[in-house]
Design a protein around this ligand. Structure first.
Ligand code: FES
Length: 568
Protein backbone atom coordinates (compact mmCIF):
# COMPACT_ATOMS: atom_id res chain seq x y z
CA UNK A 1 0.00 0.00 0.00
CA UNK A 2 1.32 3.50 -0.69
CA UNK A 3 1.99 5.85 2.20
CA UNK A 4 -0.86 8.20 1.25
CA UNK A 5 -3.41 5.39 1.49
CA UNK A 6 -2.07 4.19 4.83
CA UNK A 7 -3.13 7.52 6.29
CA UNK A 8 -6.72 7.20 5.24
CA UNK A 9 -7.41 3.63 6.31
CA UNK A 10 -10.19 3.48 8.86
CA UNK A 11 -8.21 0.96 10.90
CA UNK A 12 -5.46 3.53 11.43
CA UNK A 13 -7.69 5.07 14.09
CA UNK A 14 -7.32 1.85 16.05
CA UNK A 15 -3.75 0.88 15.20
CA UNK A 16 -1.71 3.94 14.45
CA UNK A 17 -2.34 6.37 17.29
CA UNK A 18 -0.14 7.29 20.28
CA UNK A 19 -2.47 5.46 22.71
CA UNK A 20 -1.31 2.44 24.66
CA UNK A 21 -4.28 0.59 23.15
CA UNK A 22 -2.85 0.99 19.65
CA UNK A 23 0.28 -0.78 20.86
CA UNK A 24 -1.82 -3.41 22.63
CA UNK A 25 -3.93 -4.11 19.55
CA UNK A 26 -0.80 -5.04 17.64
CA UNK A 27 0.31 -7.14 20.59
CA UNK A 28 -3.04 -8.91 20.27
CA UNK A 29 -2.38 -9.70 16.60
CA UNK A 30 1.08 -10.96 17.54
CA UNK A 31 -0.53 -13.20 20.16
CA UNK A 32 -2.60 -14.78 17.38
CA UNK A 33 0.64 -15.78 15.65
CA UNK A 34 0.69 -13.02 13.03
CA UNK A 35 4.09 -11.60 12.22
CA UNK A 36 3.85 -7.76 11.98
CA UNK A 37 4.45 -7.99 8.24
CA UNK A 38 1.04 -9.69 8.02
CA UNK A 39 -0.75 -6.54 9.12
CA UNK A 40 1.58 -3.51 9.08
CA UNK A 41 0.46 -0.97 6.47
CA UNK A 42 -2.25 -3.22 5.15
CA UNK A 43 -6.02 -2.70 4.95
CA UNK A 44 -7.79 -4.95 7.42
CA UNK A 45 -10.62 -6.88 5.83
CA UNK A 46 -13.28 -8.42 8.03
CA UNK A 47 -14.96 -11.63 6.93
CA UNK A 48 -18.37 -11.51 8.54
CA UNK A 49 -19.44 -15.13 8.74
CA UNK A 50 -22.92 -16.44 9.50
CA UNK A 51 -21.75 -20.07 9.49
CA UNK A 52 -23.61 -22.20 12.01
CA UNK A 53 -24.45 -25.86 12.39
CA UNK A 54 -27.95 -24.64 13.16
CA UNK A 55 -28.18 -23.11 9.68
CA UNK A 56 -27.70 -25.96 7.22
CA UNK A 57 -27.85 -23.56 4.24
CA UNK A 58 -24.72 -21.79 5.54
CA UNK A 59 -22.72 -24.93 6.32
CA UNK A 60 -20.10 -24.36 3.59
CA UNK A 61 -19.25 -20.83 4.70
CA UNK A 62 -16.32 -21.98 6.84
CA UNK A 63 -14.59 -23.34 3.73
CA UNK A 64 -15.59 -20.35 1.61
CA UNK A 65 -14.05 -18.04 4.21
CA UNK A 66 -10.67 -19.71 3.58
CA UNK A 67 -10.98 -18.96 -0.14
CA UNK A 68 -11.90 -15.35 0.64
CA UNK A 69 -8.81 -15.07 2.86
CA UNK A 70 -6.60 -16.34 0.04
CA UNK A 71 -7.85 -13.54 -2.21
CA UNK A 72 -7.33 -10.92 0.49
CA UNK A 73 -3.73 -12.04 1.12
CA UNK A 74 -3.07 -12.06 -2.64
CA UNK A 75 -4.26 -8.45 -2.94
CA UNK A 76 -2.19 -7.24 0.02
CA UNK A 77 -4.87 -7.13 2.70
CA UNK A 78 -5.01 -8.62 6.17
CA UNK A 79 -8.07 -10.88 6.66
CA UNK A 80 -9.80 -11.38 10.00
CA UNK A 81 -12.87 -13.59 10.18
CA UNK A 82 -15.56 -12.96 12.78
CA UNK A 83 -18.90 -14.62 13.59
CA UNK A 84 -22.34 -13.09 13.77
CA UNK A 85 -25.64 -14.60 14.82
CA UNK A 86 -27.00 -16.98 12.18
CA UNK A 87 -30.65 -17.51 11.26
CA UNK A 88 -31.64 -20.98 10.13
CA UNK A 89 -34.99 -21.04 8.39
CA UNK A 90 -35.88 -24.60 9.35
CA UNK A 91 -34.98 -24.53 13.02
CA UNK A 92 -35.89 -21.11 14.40
CA UNK A 93 -39.19 -20.60 16.21
CA UNK A 94 -41.48 -18.79 15.94
CA UNK A 95 -39.76 -17.51 12.78
CA UNK A 96 -36.30 -16.44 11.67
CA UNK A 97 -37.86 -13.15 10.53
CA UNK A 98 -38.26 -12.16 14.18
CA UNK A 99 -34.46 -12.06 14.35
CA UNK A 100 -33.51 -10.52 10.98
CA UNK A 101 -33.26 -7.03 12.46
CA UNK A 102 -31.31 -8.35 15.45
CA UNK A 103 -28.79 -9.95 13.10
CA UNK A 104 -28.52 -6.73 11.11
CA UNK A 105 -27.63 -4.90 14.33
CA UNK A 106 -25.01 -7.55 15.10
CA UNK A 107 -23.49 -7.11 11.62
CA UNK A 108 -23.55 -3.32 11.75
CA UNK A 109 -22.12 -2.96 15.22
CA UNK A 110 -19.49 -5.69 14.76
CA UNK A 111 -18.23 -3.76 11.75
CA UNK A 112 -18.57 -0.36 13.37
CA UNK A 113 -16.76 -1.26 16.59
CA UNK A 114 -13.75 -2.97 15.03
CA UNK A 115 -10.65 -1.89 13.09
CA UNK A 116 -12.00 -3.00 9.73
CA UNK A 117 -11.45 -1.19 6.44
CA UNK A 118 -13.68 -3.39 4.33
CA UNK A 119 -15.82 -6.46 4.80
CA UNK A 120 -16.78 -9.61 2.94
CA UNK A 121 -20.22 -10.77 4.04
CA UNK A 122 -20.86 -14.52 4.05
CA UNK A 123 -24.50 -15.56 4.13
CA UNK A 124 -26.87 -18.05 2.56
CA UNK A 125 -30.19 -18.72 4.20
CA UNK A 126 -33.27 -16.57 3.64
CA UNK A 127 -32.76 -13.98 6.37
CA UNK A 128 -28.99 -14.03 6.66
CA UNK A 129 -28.49 -12.30 3.31
CA UNK A 130 -30.88 -9.38 3.90
CA UNK A 131 -29.63 -8.97 7.47
CA UNK A 132 -26.03 -8.81 6.20
CA UNK A 133 -26.92 -6.21 3.59
CA UNK A 134 -28.97 -4.12 6.04
CA UNK A 135 -26.13 -4.09 8.56
CA UNK A 136 -23.48 -3.37 5.93
CA UNK A 137 -25.60 -0.58 4.44
CA UNK A 138 -25.85 1.07 7.84
CA UNK A 139 -22.14 0.65 8.60
CA UNK A 140 -21.35 1.81 5.04
CA UNK A 141 -17.74 0.70 4.67
CA UNK A 142 -16.66 -1.09 1.45
CA UNK A 143 -18.45 -4.44 1.34
CA UNK A 144 -18.94 -7.46 -0.92
CA UNK A 145 -21.50 -10.20 -0.43
CA UNK A 146 -20.68 -13.87 -1.05
CA UNK A 147 -23.52 -16.31 -0.54
CA UNK A 148 -23.31 -20.05 0.02
CA UNK A 149 -24.77 -20.91 -3.38
CA UNK A 150 -27.75 -23.09 -4.24
CA UNK A 151 -27.90 -26.79 -3.41
CA UNK A 152 -27.70 -29.34 -6.19
CA UNK A 153 -31.03 -30.35 -7.68
CA UNK A 154 -32.94 -32.77 -5.50
CA UNK A 155 -33.89 -36.01 -7.20
CA UNK A 156 -36.46 -38.70 -6.37
CA UNK A 157 -36.46 -41.68 -8.73
CA UNK A 158 -36.22 -39.91 -12.11
CA UNK A 159 -37.81 -36.68 -10.98
CA UNK A 160 -35.85 -33.50 -10.15
CA UNK A 161 -37.07 -32.04 -6.86
CA UNK A 162 -36.85 -28.51 -5.52
CA UNK A 163 -36.92 -27.56 -1.84
CA UNK A 164 -39.29 -26.65 -0.65
CA UNK A 165 -41.72 -26.27 -3.53
CA UNK A 166 -41.89 -30.03 -4.04
CA UNK A 167 -42.02 -30.77 -0.29
CA UNK A 168 -45.23 -28.77 -0.17
CA UNK A 169 -46.62 -30.36 -3.33
CA UNK A 170 -45.88 -33.90 -2.14
CA UNK A 171 -47.17 -33.18 1.36
CA UNK A 172 -50.55 -32.43 -0.24
CA UNK A 173 -50.31 -35.67 -2.27
CA UNK A 174 -49.38 -37.60 0.89
CA UNK A 175 -52.32 -36.16 2.82
CA UNK A 176 -54.60 -36.94 -0.12
CA UNK A 177 -53.35 -40.56 -0.08
CA UNK A 178 -51.69 -40.33 -3.50
CA UNK A 179 -48.23 -41.39 -2.22
CA UNK A 180 -47.47 -43.70 0.70
CA UNK A 181 -45.36 -43.39 3.87
CA UNK A 182 -42.37 -45.06 2.22
CA UNK A 183 -42.43 -42.63 -0.72
CA UNK A 184 -42.71 -39.70 1.69
CA UNK A 185 -39.65 -40.92 3.60
CA UNK A 186 -37.65 -41.46 0.41
CA UNK A 187 -38.46 -37.92 -0.70
CA UNK A 188 -37.23 -36.63 2.67
CA UNK A 189 -33.88 -38.25 1.94
CA UNK A 190 -33.68 -37.19 -1.70
CA UNK A 191 -34.55 -33.55 -1.70
CA UNK A 192 -31.60 -31.87 0.11
CA UNK A 193 -28.53 -33.49 -1.40
CA UNK A 194 -25.71 -31.03 -0.75
CA UNK A 195 -24.62 -27.95 1.17
CA UNK A 196 -26.12 -24.65 0.03
CA UNK A 197 -29.44 -22.86 0.14
CA UNK A 198 -32.81 -23.90 -1.27
CA UNK A 199 -32.48 -24.52 -5.00
CA UNK A 200 -35.76 -23.11 -6.25
CA UNK A 201 -36.29 -19.40 -6.84
CA UNK A 202 -37.24 -18.95 -3.17
CA UNK A 203 -36.12 -16.11 -0.96
CA UNK A 204 -32.48 -17.17 -0.60
CA UNK A 205 -32.00 -17.62 -4.36
CA UNK A 206 -33.91 -14.43 -5.09
CA UNK A 207 -31.79 -12.32 -2.73
CA UNK A 208 -28.54 -13.93 -3.93
CA UNK A 209 -29.45 -13.24 -7.58
CA UNK A 210 -30.59 -9.71 -6.80
CA UNK A 211 -27.26 -9.03 -5.10
CA UNK A 212 -25.71 -9.33 -8.58
CA UNK A 213 -28.04 -6.83 -10.19
CA UNK A 214 -27.80 -4.51 -7.16
CA UNK A 215 -24.06 -4.65 -7.71
CA UNK A 216 -23.06 -5.73 -4.20
CA UNK A 217 -21.69 -9.14 -5.25
CA UNK A 218 -19.57 -10.35 -8.14
CA UNK A 219 -21.20 -11.82 -11.26
CA UNK A 220 -22.05 -15.49 -10.72
CA UNK A 221 -22.78 -15.18 -7.03
CA UNK A 222 -26.49 -15.81 -7.47
CA UNK A 223 -26.29 -19.16 -9.20
CA UNK A 224 -22.95 -21.01 -8.97
CA UNK A 225 -23.89 -24.20 -7.06
CA UNK A 226 -22.61 -24.41 -3.49
CA UNK A 227 -20.43 -27.44 -4.21
CA UNK A 228 -19.01 -26.18 -7.51
CA UNK A 229 -15.29 -25.30 -7.39
CA UNK A 230 -16.16 -22.08 -9.17
CA UNK A 231 -17.87 -20.85 -5.99
CA UNK A 232 -14.51 -21.02 -4.25
CA UNK A 233 -12.97 -19.13 -7.14
CA UNK A 234 -15.69 -16.49 -6.77
CA UNK A 235 -15.01 -16.28 -3.03
CA UNK A 236 -11.27 -15.87 -3.68
CA UNK A 237 -11.96 -13.19 -6.29
CA UNK A 238 -14.27 -11.39 -3.84
CA UNK A 239 -11.44 -11.35 -1.30
CA UNK A 240 -9.13 -9.90 -3.94
CA UNK A 241 -11.68 -7.32 -5.05
CA UNK A 242 -12.58 -6.00 -1.60
CA UNK A 243 -9.02 -4.74 -1.15
CA UNK A 244 -9.43 -2.74 -4.35
CA UNK A 245 -12.78 -1.38 -3.18
CA UNK A 246 -11.16 -0.22 0.05
CA UNK A 247 -8.47 1.64 -1.89
CA UNK A 248 -11.25 3.37 -3.86
CA UNK A 249 -13.46 3.88 -0.78
CA UNK A 250 -16.28 2.27 -2.77
CA UNK A 251 -18.95 2.04 -0.06
CA UNK A 252 -22.37 0.34 -0.27
CA UNK A 253 -24.12 3.70 -0.58
CA UNK A 254 -22.16 4.34 -3.79
CA UNK A 255 -23.11 0.93 -5.19
CA UNK A 256 -26.67 0.43 -3.94
CA UNK A 257 -28.13 3.65 -5.33
CA UNK A 258 -31.79 4.37 -6.01
CA UNK A 259 -31.21 3.39 -9.66
CA UNK A 260 -29.58 0.12 -8.59
CA UNK A 261 -32.62 -0.64 -6.43
CA UNK A 262 -34.86 0.03 -9.43
CA UNK A 263 -32.76 -2.50 -11.34
CA UNK A 264 -33.19 -4.99 -8.52
CA UNK A 265 -36.99 -4.59 -8.58
CA UNK A 266 -37.02 -5.19 -12.35
CA UNK A 267 -34.75 -8.20 -11.79
CA UNK A 268 -37.09 -9.48 -9.07
CA UNK A 269 -40.01 -9.49 -11.50
CA UNK A 270 -38.01 -11.03 -14.33
CA UNK A 271 -36.99 -13.85 -11.99
CA UNK A 272 -40.51 -14.47 -10.68
CA UNK A 273 -38.80 -14.05 -7.32
CA UNK A 274 -40.02 -14.27 -3.76
CA UNK A 275 -42.64 -11.97 -2.22
CA UNK A 276 -40.25 -11.67 0.72
CA UNK A 277 -37.79 -9.78 -1.46
CA UNK A 278 -40.19 -6.82 -1.46
CA UNK A 279 -39.82 -6.56 2.30
CA UNK A 280 -36.07 -7.16 2.31
CA UNK A 281 -35.22 -4.76 -0.54
CA UNK A 282 -37.35 -2.07 1.12
CA UNK A 283 -35.53 -2.60 4.41
CA UNK A 284 -32.04 -2.53 2.83
CA UNK A 285 -32.87 0.58 0.79
CA UNK A 286 -34.35 2.22 3.90
CA UNK A 287 -30.99 1.92 5.64
CA UNK A 288 -29.58 4.10 2.84
CA UNK A 289 -32.45 6.63 3.08
CA UNK A 290 -33.96 5.32 -0.15
CA UNK A 291 -37.72 4.94 -0.28
CA UNK A 292 -39.16 2.00 -2.24
CA UNK A 293 -42.94 2.48 -2.12
CA UNK A 294 -45.09 -0.56 -2.92
CA UNK A 295 -46.40 1.24 -6.02
CA UNK A 296 -42.91 1.21 -7.49
CA UNK A 297 -42.87 -2.60 -7.30
CA UNK A 298 -46.25 -2.72 -8.99
CA UNK A 299 -45.31 -0.23 -11.71
CA UNK A 300 -42.28 -2.29 -12.70
CA UNK A 301 -44.34 -5.46 -12.49
CA UNK A 302 -46.57 -4.18 -15.27
CA UNK A 303 -43.63 -3.61 -17.60
CA UNK A 304 -41.38 -6.59 -16.77
CA UNK A 305 -42.24 -10.12 -17.86
CA UNK A 306 -41.13 -13.22 -15.93
CA UNK A 307 -38.47 -14.77 -18.16
CA UNK A 308 -36.86 -17.39 -15.92
CA UNK A 309 -38.54 -20.77 -16.00
CA UNK A 310 -37.83 -21.73 -12.39
CA UNK A 311 -39.88 -23.29 -9.63
CA UNK A 312 -42.15 -22.26 -7.99
CA UNK A 313 -43.39 -20.17 -10.96
CA UNK A 314 -41.89 -22.46 -13.62
CA UNK A 315 -40.19 -25.77 -14.19
CA UNK A 316 -36.42 -25.76 -13.57
CA UNK A 317 -34.05 -25.42 -10.61
CA UNK A 318 -31.08 -23.20 -9.74
CA UNK A 319 -28.48 -25.64 -11.04
CA UNK A 320 -30.18 -25.56 -14.45
CA UNK A 321 -30.35 -21.77 -14.21
CA UNK A 322 -26.61 -21.56 -13.66
CA UNK A 323 -25.79 -23.78 -16.64
CA UNK A 324 -28.14 -21.66 -18.78
CA UNK A 325 -26.15 -18.50 -18.05
CA UNK A 326 -27.40 -17.41 -14.63
CA UNK A 327 -28.27 -13.92 -13.55
CA UNK A 328 -25.94 -12.33 -16.08
CA UNK A 329 -27.95 -13.89 -18.92
CA UNK A 330 -31.13 -12.49 -17.35
CA UNK A 331 -29.47 -9.06 -17.24
CA UNK A 332 -28.66 -9.48 -20.92
CA UNK A 333 -32.30 -10.32 -21.76
CA UNK A 334 -33.74 -7.36 -19.81
CA UNK A 335 -30.86 -4.93 -20.40
CA UNK A 336 -33.11 -2.48 -22.26
CA UNK A 337 -35.34 -2.20 -19.15
CA UNK A 338 -32.47 -1.48 -16.74
CA UNK A 339 -30.47 1.56 -15.67
CA UNK A 340 -27.48 0.39 -17.66
CA UNK A 341 -24.89 2.81 -16.28
CA UNK A 342 -25.05 1.40 -12.74
CA UNK A 343 -21.73 -0.06 -11.67
CA UNK A 344 -21.24 -2.84 -9.14
CA UNK A 345 -18.39 -4.12 -6.99
CA UNK A 346 -16.86 -5.82 -10.04
CA UNK A 347 -16.28 -2.38 -11.55
CA UNK A 348 -18.47 -3.33 -14.51
CA UNK A 349 -21.60 -1.47 -15.56
CA UNK A 350 -24.88 -3.30 -16.10
CA UNK A 351 -24.48 -2.76 -19.86
CA UNK A 352 -21.00 -4.34 -19.73
CA UNK A 353 -22.28 -7.33 -17.76
CA UNK A 354 -25.00 -7.76 -20.38
CA UNK A 355 -22.57 -7.62 -23.28
CA UNK A 356 -20.36 -10.29 -21.68
CA UNK A 357 -23.28 -12.67 -21.00
CA UNK A 358 -24.57 -15.65 -22.95
CA UNK A 359 -27.95 -17.35 -22.75
CA UNK A 360 -27.21 -21.03 -23.30
CA UNK A 361 -30.67 -22.46 -22.74
CA UNK A 362 -33.75 -20.69 -24.00
CA UNK A 363 -35.99 -23.16 -22.16
CA UNK A 364 -34.67 -21.99 -18.79
CA UNK A 365 -34.08 -18.30 -19.56
CA UNK A 366 -36.64 -17.02 -22.00
CA UNK A 367 -36.71 -13.71 -23.83
CA UNK A 368 -39.00 -10.78 -23.07
CA UNK A 369 -40.79 -11.52 -26.35
CA UNK A 370 -41.49 -15.11 -25.37
CA UNK A 371 -41.78 -14.96 -21.58
CA UNK A 372 -43.03 -17.44 -18.99
CA UNK A 373 -45.51 -14.89 -17.75
CA UNK A 374 -46.39 -11.66 -19.57
CA UNK A 375 -45.84 -9.40 -16.59
CA UNK A 376 -43.86 -9.42 -13.35
CA UNK A 377 -44.41 -12.26 -10.92
CA UNK A 378 -45.63 -10.09 -8.08
CA UNK A 379 -48.60 -7.73 -7.88
CA UNK A 380 -49.51 -5.17 -5.26
CA UNK A 381 -53.16 -5.09 -4.24
CA UNK A 382 -55.06 -2.36 -2.46
CA UNK A 383 -58.66 -1.94 -1.37
CA UNK A 384 -60.91 -1.87 1.64
CA UNK A 385 -59.32 -5.01 3.07
CA UNK A 386 -55.78 -3.71 2.60
CA UNK A 387 -55.78 0.09 2.46
CA UNK A 388 -51.97 0.23 2.70
CA UNK A 389 -51.32 -2.72 0.44
CA UNK A 390 -50.97 -6.47 0.09
CA UNK A 391 -48.93 -8.69 -2.22
CA UNK A 392 -49.67 -11.72 -4.37
CA UNK A 393 -47.27 -13.84 -6.40
CA UNK A 394 -49.70 -14.26 -9.26
CA UNK A 395 -47.17 -16.05 -11.45
CA UNK A 396 -47.37 -18.97 -8.99
CA UNK A 397 -51.16 -18.74 -8.49
CA UNK A 398 -54.07 -20.54 -10.18
CA UNK A 399 -55.22 -18.39 -13.08
CA UNK A 400 -58.89 -19.28 -12.46
CA UNK A 401 -58.69 -17.80 -8.94
CA UNK A 402 -57.08 -14.48 -9.80
CA UNK A 403 -60.47 -12.88 -10.17
CA UNK A 404 -62.55 -14.49 -7.47
CA UNK A 405 -65.32 -13.59 -5.05
CA UNK A 406 -65.99 -15.83 -2.08
CA UNK A 407 -67.14 -16.24 1.47
CA UNK A 408 -64.52 -15.65 4.18
CA UNK A 409 -63.68 -18.45 6.58
CA UNK A 410 -61.75 -16.71 9.35
CA UNK A 411 -59.11 -18.13 11.69
CA UNK A 412 -58.24 -15.75 14.49
CA UNK A 413 -54.65 -16.91 14.89
CA UNK A 414 -52.29 -19.72 13.97
CA UNK A 415 -53.36 -21.96 16.85
CA UNK A 416 -56.97 -21.56 15.83
CA UNK A 417 -55.99 -22.45 12.25
CA UNK A 418 -54.09 -25.60 13.19
CA UNK A 419 -56.84 -26.74 15.57
CA UNK A 420 -59.74 -26.13 13.18
CA UNK A 421 -58.56 -26.55 9.59
CA UNK A 422 -59.15 -30.30 9.56
CA UNK A 423 -62.07 -30.36 11.95
CA UNK A 424 -65.09 -32.36 10.76
CA UNK A 425 -67.23 -29.44 11.86
CA UNK A 426 -65.55 -26.95 9.54
CA UNK A 427 -68.19 -25.84 7.07
CA UNK A 428 -66.08 -25.14 4.00
CA UNK A 429 -66.39 -25.22 0.23
CA UNK A 430 -63.64 -24.96 -2.41
CA UNK A 431 -64.80 -21.50 -3.46
CA UNK A 432 -64.46 -20.09 0.07
CA UNK A 433 -61.58 -17.77 1.00
CA UNK A 434 -59.38 -18.72 3.95
CA UNK A 435 -58.36 -15.80 6.20
CA UNK A 436 -55.66 -15.93 8.88
CA UNK A 437 -55.44 -13.03 11.34
CA UNK A 438 -52.78 -12.06 13.87
CA UNK A 439 -49.88 -13.30 11.79
CA UNK A 440 -48.24 -9.97 10.97
CA UNK A 441 -45.10 -8.21 12.24
CA UNK A 442 -46.57 -7.27 15.63
CA UNK A 443 -49.40 -9.77 15.84
CA UNK A 444 -47.51 -13.05 15.49
CA UNK A 445 -44.95 -11.48 16.23
CA UNK A 446 -42.31 -11.61 13.50
CA UNK A 447 -44.58 -12.10 10.47
CA UNK A 448 -43.95 -15.83 10.03
CA UNK A 449 -44.39 -17.68 6.74
CA UNK A 450 -47.88 -18.83 7.66
CA UNK A 451 -49.46 -17.34 4.55
CA UNK A 452 -49.51 -20.66 2.68
CA UNK A 453 -52.53 -21.82 4.68
CA UNK A 454 -53.11 -25.56 4.34
CA UNK A 455 -56.02 -26.76 2.23
CA UNK A 456 -58.38 -28.70 4.52
CA UNK A 457 -57.81 -32.45 4.21
CA UNK A 458 -61.44 -33.03 3.30
CA UNK A 459 -61.01 -30.79 0.23
CA UNK A 460 -57.61 -32.29 -0.63
CA UNK A 461 -59.28 -35.68 -0.80
CA UNK A 462 -61.78 -34.25 -3.27
CA UNK A 463 -58.90 -33.17 -5.51
CA UNK A 464 -58.76 -29.49 -4.49
CA UNK A 465 -55.16 -28.21 -4.52
CA UNK A 466 -55.60 -24.43 -4.36
CA UNK A 467 -57.92 -21.89 -2.76
CA UNK A 468 -57.67 -18.13 -2.21
CA UNK A 469 -55.82 -17.60 1.05
CA UNK A 470 -55.34 -14.21 2.68
CA UNK A 471 -53.26 -13.17 5.67
CA UNK A 472 -51.01 -10.52 7.16
CA UNK A 473 -48.24 -13.15 7.29
CA UNK A 474 -45.52 -13.75 4.71
CA UNK A 475 -45.24 -16.81 2.53
CA UNK A 476 -42.15 -18.81 1.79
CA UNK A 477 -40.55 -17.91 -1.50
CA UNK A 478 -40.69 -21.58 -2.36
CA UNK A 479 -44.48 -21.77 -1.97
CA UNK A 480 -47.13 -21.48 -4.65
CA UNK A 481 -50.88 -21.02 -4.92
CA UNK A 482 -53.36 -18.14 -4.82
CA UNK A 483 -51.97 -16.67 -1.65
CA UNK A 484 -52.38 -13.00 -0.71
CA UNK A 485 -49.92 -11.91 1.97
CA UNK A 486 -48.52 -8.81 3.72
CA UNK A 487 -51.98 -7.29 4.37
CA UNK A 488 -51.36 -3.81 5.74
CA UNK A 489 -52.29 -2.50 8.21
CA UNK A 490 -51.95 -5.87 9.91
CA UNK A 491 -54.87 -7.22 11.93
CA UNK A 492 -53.15 -6.65 15.28
CA UNK A 493 -53.49 -2.90 14.75
CA UNK A 494 -56.63 -1.12 15.88
CA UNK A 495 -57.24 0.62 12.56
CA UNK A 496 -56.99 -2.56 10.50
CA UNK A 497 -60.08 -3.53 8.47
CA UNK A 498 -58.70 -7.07 8.46
CA UNK A 499 -59.10 -7.22 12.21
CA UNK A 500 -62.92 -7.03 11.89
CA UNK A 501 -63.50 -9.50 9.04
CA UNK A 502 -65.96 -12.20 10.11
CA UNK A 503 -66.62 -15.65 8.72
CA UNK A 504 -69.37 -15.29 6.15
CA UNK A 505 -68.29 -11.82 4.92
CA UNK A 506 -67.76 -11.67 1.17
CA UNK A 507 -64.34 -10.80 -0.24
CA UNK A 508 -63.46 -9.94 -3.82
CA UNK A 509 -59.98 -10.50 -5.23
CA UNK A 510 -59.32 -8.90 -8.60
CA UNK A 511 -55.63 -9.15 -9.51
CA UNK A 512 -56.07 -7.57 -12.94
CA UNK A 513 -57.39 -4.42 -11.30
CA UNK A 514 -55.04 -4.85 -8.34
CA UNK A 515 -57.88 -4.74 -5.84
CA UNK A 516 -58.83 -6.61 -2.69
CA UNK A 517 -62.19 -5.60 -1.31
CA UNK A 518 -64.11 -6.53 1.79
CA UNK A 519 -67.68 -6.33 0.47
CA UNK A 520 -69.16 -5.02 3.67
CA UNK A 521 -70.73 -1.55 3.93
CA UNK A 522 -68.13 1.04 5.02
CA UNK A 523 -70.47 2.18 7.80
CA UNK A 524 -70.58 -1.41 9.12
CA UNK A 525 -66.75 -1.67 8.97
CA UNK A 526 -66.47 1.61 10.90
CA UNK A 527 -68.96 0.34 13.48
CA UNK A 528 -67.06 -2.92 13.91
CA UNK A 529 -63.74 -1.07 14.24
CA UNK A 530 -65.23 1.14 16.95
CA UNK A 531 -66.37 -1.84 19.00
CA UNK A 532 -63.35 -3.97 18.27
CA UNK A 533 -60.76 -4.93 20.82
CA UNK A 534 -57.47 -6.17 19.35
CA UNK A 535 -56.19 -9.52 20.54
CA UNK A 536 -54.71 -9.38 24.04
CA UNK A 537 -51.10 -10.41 24.07
CA UNK A 538 -49.03 -11.75 26.88
CA UNK A 539 -46.50 -9.50 28.56
CA UNK A 540 -43.32 -10.16 26.64
CA UNK A 541 -39.99 -9.03 27.92
CA UNK A 542 -36.56 -8.71 26.39
CA UNK A 543 -36.05 -8.79 22.65
CA UNK A 544 -39.67 -9.64 21.77
CA UNK A 545 -40.85 -6.57 23.63
CA UNK A 546 -38.34 -4.40 21.78
CA UNK A 547 -39.41 -5.98 18.49
CA UNK A 548 -43.12 -5.41 18.98
CA UNK A 549 -42.59 -1.85 20.08
CA UNK A 550 -40.39 -0.80 17.17
CA UNK A 551 -41.15 -3.00 14.17
CA UNK A 552 -42.60 -1.18 11.16
CA UNK A 553 -45.26 -2.55 8.84
CA UNK A 554 -44.52 -4.61 5.73
CA UNK A 555 -44.55 -1.65 3.29
CA UNK A 556 -41.69 -0.17 5.37
CA UNK A 557 -39.74 -3.43 5.21
CA UNK A 558 -40.49 -4.53 8.80
CA UNK A 559 -37.35 -2.76 9.93
CA UNK A 560 -37.09 -1.16 13.36
CA UNK A 561 -38.06 2.51 13.36
CA UNK A 562 -34.82 3.47 15.15
CA UNK A 563 -32.59 1.78 12.55
CA UNK A 564 -33.86 3.70 9.55
CA UNK A 565 -32.39 7.13 8.92
CA UNK A 566 -34.64 9.80 7.50
CA UNK A 567 -36.02 8.63 4.16
CA UNK A 568 -35.48 10.91 1.15
FE1 FES B 1 -32.22 -21.87 4.14
FE2 FES B 1 -34.24 -22.41 2.33
S1 FES B 1 -33.99 -23.15 4.38
S2 FES B 1 -32.50 -21.14 2.13
Amino acid sequence: MDSKRQNINRSDKWLNTPELYSWLRKAAFNSQGFNPRSYENKPIIGICNSWSELTHCNQNLRQLAESVKRGIWQAGGFPLEFPVISLGEYHMKPTSMLYRNLMSIDVEESIRANPIDGVVLLSGCDKTTPAMLMGAASANIPSILVTSGPQLNGRWKTEPLGACTDCRRYEAEFKAGQINQEDWKEIQNSILRSPGHCMVMGTASTMACLSEILGISLPGNGTIPAVDSRRHQLAEQSGFQIVKLVSENMTPSKIMTDKAFENSIIGLHALGGSTNAIIHLTAIAGRLSINLPLNLFDDFSKTTPVITNLKPSGQFLMEDFHYAGGMQAVIKEINHLLNSEEKGVSGLKISELASLARNDDGNVIKSVNNPIYPEGGLAVLKGSLAPEGAVIKHSAASSNLLNHTGRAIVFNDYDNLTNEINSDNLNIKPEDILILKNSGPKGAPGMPEWGFLPIPNKLLKKGIRDMVRISDARMSGTAFGTVVVHISPESALENSPMSVVKSGDVIKLDVNNRSLELLVEPSEIRKRLKNHATKKTTNESGYTQLYKKHVLQAPQGCDFDFLRPEIK
